[in-house]
Design a protein around this ligand. Sequence first.
Ligand SMILES: [Zn+2]
Length: 338
Amino acid sequence: MSIIEQLQRIENEARNKVSSAKSVEELEKLRVAYLGKKGELTTILRGLKSLSPEEKKEIGGKANKFKSEIDSQIKDKKEQLADNVSTDPSFDYTLPGRPRRQGHRHLITITMDEVTDIFQRMGFEIAAGPEIESDYYNFEALNFPPDHPARDEQDTFYTEGGMVLRTHTSGIQIREFEKRKPPVKIIAPGRVYRNEAVDAGHFCVFHQVEGFYADSDVTFGDLKGVLEAFCYELFEEGVKLKFRPSFFPFTEPSAEVDVQCVLCGGKGCSLCKYEGWLEILGCGMIDPEVFKAVGYDPEKTTGYAFGMGIERLALLKYRVNDIRLLYENDTRFIKQFR
Ligand SMILES: [Zn+2]
């Protein structure tokens, strides 16, 4: 059989096999068998050495044409197979489908989304900032004196370079004030870190939403109105709030806010430790020292700030009794909150 005849035979055989191939894997095997380095075509071309230059030219041309045609036939067939699974005769259309498990948001994300959504509807923008923060943004500009206990290594994770893992998202307040002029109305959600002993109510990483508003005539009444509206949305319409005087370096006056126990309605239960109230956030009017640090005129600017822990809100709203459940990734727990 002459080389031309051999080529013709291989070409016919290859075309038939490719056109009746049933899977992409089969096509790939055919490609290797005919066109690969050890394939039939290559073997034939090795036999060309003994031929005259005219014959080499003729056969070489035919071989190249064969190669590119089979190559594109294989490609077309692959696409066809990918488009049309029906070429697989073993596929049974009458079988019931396999349910596909769908992922969903984690309870922390659900709560975070609820909280940010409520504040966005009240006109707050969202801002973010770095989790590894400088002492200036985490403490100094927020009016933490150098000897403030929160700076103590008991509470704060320090990096080797003297930076801190932010202990709150309040540093974003400073960063945004530096960039803008009042009015500024922002919430800053994010992860924060505290060097605390882990127990049912505490974890070394948690999520916070900080909110702040600076303008010319902001009052404590505005702050109360916003927080009340927020709690009505998150818990229930008309839920009672209690503002207790407190202290934070970056607000004056400051308050902590308790919400009437969502479980017992104030009568007393194990969730509220029989007090009828649950602490949910800290807030206050932004200290003039903070405005000075960002270059605002404290005579003309007033504002409020508040901060809350997302995990705590999630525990209260969804009646979860241990914060560690939020981080253990036990699907039996996670699946309950879709
Ligand atoms: Zn209670």
